[in-house]
Write a protein that binds this ligand. Structure first.
Ligand code: HEC
Ligand code: HEC
Ligand code: HEC
Ligand code: HEC
Ligand code: HEC
Ligand code: HEC
Ligand code: HEC
Ligand code: HEC
Ligand code: HEC
Ligand code: HEC
Length: 323
């Protein structure tokens, strides 16, 4: 432990020493910044404060990206020894960047921008040193990791508004890559996703899961029960496809049919109930309940007009979910 710490300090010290080499003033604007001033308030600055000053001497608030906004986030808290600024400051994420400090035309060790020389795995490594537990336990092997996503494809660090963690703006981030889901959400019937009331992350854990399709819970039904607890049952009379998977009938992202149904009733029901005979009518070769003159009526009224408790019934007489 102490060894690691010392070697870190040593590395930082090298960086500091290199800083003393003559370097042309590269930015026109004054390097002084509110943060640098605030952190320099003591005559005996800590190592972190020195590192901050090293980098922010050039990357100050007039820099083209708002580097200083990091101090409005949890990462910027110097008093938190778990956080970058309680540790190696900028270098916790960008690496010691010794070459960059020697010659600013050299890239830093870890560059997150799109024109970076780093692979997604190299960009993720610093983040994972601090964030591999909790909801990211299954990052390794998850669909996003195996498809070479970087944390920074979704997260922004130098900002106090990380779009992906705000329900209202999160979908925009996901839609960059999931255009087909965007098309679904814009259909006439959808979860209130565009209204910002339900987010992708209410059903999915984009960091990786044990279950399929990055679902937050182990399967579809458990994911839906989080909010639709009344559908959980157990019911006296269970409808097997409901217990099995809500997406047998619903498209959770959106649909042109009411109640997010995948198909219009009766066609929805007839995917599975290809009935030659319906008890309330007579023989029908088409799978549509027929009762002579009543057939048309049955169709128009829809199956759920009679079988209204299609998700299951607790009524003693609800064996066919008419109540
Ligand atoms: C002497 C001034 C100076 C210092 C000190 C300095 N940089 Fe830089 N840095 C630059 C310049 C100039 C560039 C290249 C121009 C640009 O793209 O902004 C750059 C580029 C970068 C980039 C990549 C920008 C890009 O889009 O390609 C990162 C990241 C970076 N520096 C991080 C750091 C970190 C972290 C430190 C402290 C360890 C640091 N810099 C110290 C001047 C400096
Ligand atoms: C030196 C450790 C460290 C490193 C490196 C680090 N983080 Fe963090 N991160 C933290 C700590 C500590 C928090 C605050 C956690 C808390 O208060 O619950 C945090 C918080 C966050 C948050 C939530 C912010 C909030 O306001 O709640 C996100 C998102 C995040 N980190 C992403 C990243 C990403 C992406 C990277 C890599 C680019 C990264 N972190 C690198 C330690 C680190
Ligand atoms: C596909 C997009 C996506 C990727 C890639 C991604 N995240 Fe996240 N991250 C999110 C979303 C969405 C949330 C908000 C989750 C929520 O509110 O339940 C989040 C929340 C977080 C948080 C704060 C919540 C917490 O409890 O920890 C941290 C820290 C974090 N992510 C770190 C990371 C790290 C580290 C990586 C890379 C290994 C990463 N994320 C990759 C989308 C992503
Ligand atoms: C928690 C990890 C983390 C810390 C700490 C951090 N950065 Fe960054 N930095 C990033 C990420 C991620 C990006 C990509 C843009 C974004 O997310 O806002 C970035 C972007 C940059 C860029 C633009 C080039 C690029 O890579 O896109 C510069 C320059 C930069 N950081 C400098 C700094 C300086 C200076 C400090 C210290 C004051 C610092 N960073 C601290 C993660 C970090
Ligand atoms: C109400 C819960 C819910 C919400 C909200 C939700 N999803 Fe899903 N998503 C699911 C379920 C359940 C599946 C698996 C069954 C399926 O493919 O329909 C799924 C599957 C997916 C798939 C895999 C699709 C495929 O065809 O295999 C992607 C990608 C996806 N969702 C992205 C998103 C995005 C992006 C958002 C936010 C705009 C989002 N989801 C919001 C429940 C949800
Ligand atoms: C940079 C592109 C990118 C971003 C941003 C992104 N994804 Fe993905 N996502 C992918 C890729 C690539 C895959 C794997 C291939 C596929 O299934 O489409 C994937 C897979 C998924 C899957 C699993 C699909 C399956 O078949 O198992 C879900 C669910 C998903 N993403 C949800 C999200 C959510 C939610 C967000 C936003 C928080 C998001 N994604 C942001 C690229 C992205
Ligand atoms: C985070 C909470 C949440 C989760 C998880 C969730 N839902 Fe919803 N659901 C809602 C909200 C909110 C509404 C809108 C209710 C309203 O408008 O009155 C809704 C509406 C619906 C509707 C349409 C109701 C109507 O009358 O049009 C259906 C169907 C539905 N959800 C199915 C599902 C399925 C299937 C899942 C699992 C894949 C699921 N929900 C997961 C919150 C959730
Ligand atoms: C066999 C097909 C089928 C399955 C499977 C199914 N539903 Fe439905 N669902 C329907 C039909 C049909 C409607 C519209 C008629 C109505 O309002 O009951 C509906 C309506 C809804 C509604 C809005 C009206 C209400 O009853 O609250 C919600 C919410 C809902 N379903 C959630 C779920 C959830 C959660 C699951 C999985 C546990 C599920 N459904 C599985 C057929 C199904
Ligand atoms: C994904 C397939 C599937 C879909 C879609 C489906 N069901 Fe079912 N349904 C079943 C299964 C399986 C059973 C149980 C059959 C059994 O026990 O013999 C069942 C049983 C029933 C029964 C009781 C049958 C009996 O013999 O007791 C009724 C009534 C019923 N479903 C109505 C509907 C209605 C109305 C719809 C449309 C809203 C619908 N089902 C959609 C698969 C489905
Ligand atoms: C006018 C009301 C009505 C309509 C509309 C209706 N049903 Fe029925 N259904 C009944 C009655 C009554 C029974 C017999 C209940 C009993 O015997 O307990 C029944 C029984 C069933 C059974 C069980 C069959 C068996 O052999 O026991 C299934 C499956 C079924 N209906 C599916 C459907 C489907 C699918 C639709 C739509 C295409 C539909 N019903 C429309 C009233 C209706």
């Amino acid at each position: 432990m102490i060894g690691t710490r010392l070697s870190r300090l040593a590395r930082v010290a090298i960086g500091m020493a290199l800083m003393c080499l003559p370097m042309a003033p590269l930015m026109a604007a004054e390097p002084a910044s509110a943060t640098a001033t605030a952190t320099a308030s003591t005559d005996n600055p800590t190592i972190q404060e020195k590192v901050v000053r090293t980098c922010t001497a050039c990357h100050h608030e007039n820099y083209k990206i708002p580097v200083m906004s990091i101090f409005k986030t949890k990462h910027g808290v110097m008093a938190d020894s778990r956080a970058p600024f309680g540790d190696r400051a900028c270098m916790s994420c960008h690496g010691d960047s010794v070459e960059h400090l020697k010659d600013i035309t050299q890239q830093p060790d870890v560059l997150f921008a799109e024109h970076s020389h780093n692979t997604p795995a190299e960009k993720n490594a610093p983040c994972l040193t601090c964030h591999e537990s909790g909801i990211r336990m299954h990052w390794k092997g998850g669909q996003h990791e195996t498809n070479n996503l970087a944390c920074v494809d979704c997260h922004k660090i130098h900002t106090d508004h990380d779009k992906v963690r705000d329900k209202k703006t999160q979908p925009q981030v996901c839609f960059k890559c999931h255009k087909d889901r965007q098309a679904d959400v814009l259909k006439p019937y959808s979860h209130p996703i565009k209204e910002g009331k339900v987010a992708c992350s209410d059903c999915h854990n984009p960091h990786g899961t044990v279950g399929p399709k990055l679902l937050k819970k182990n399967n579809v039904v458990e994911t839906c029960y989080q909010c639709h607890a009344e559908k959980r049952g157990p019911f006296l009379w269970e409808h097997p496809p409901v217990r099995e998977d809500c997406t047998n009938c619903h498209n959770p992202h959106g649909s042109i049919h009411q109640a997010l149904l995948k198909q219009r009733v009766p066609f929805l029901c007839q995917q599975c109930h290809l009935m030659n005979f319906h008890p309330s009518g007579t023989y029908s070769g088409t799978g549509i309940p027929s009762g002579g003159g009543a057939a048309q009526q049955l169709l128009l009224r829809g199956c759920e007009n009679c079988h209204s408790a299609v998700h299951g019934s607790n009524h003693p007489g609800g064996r066919r979910w008419q109540r």
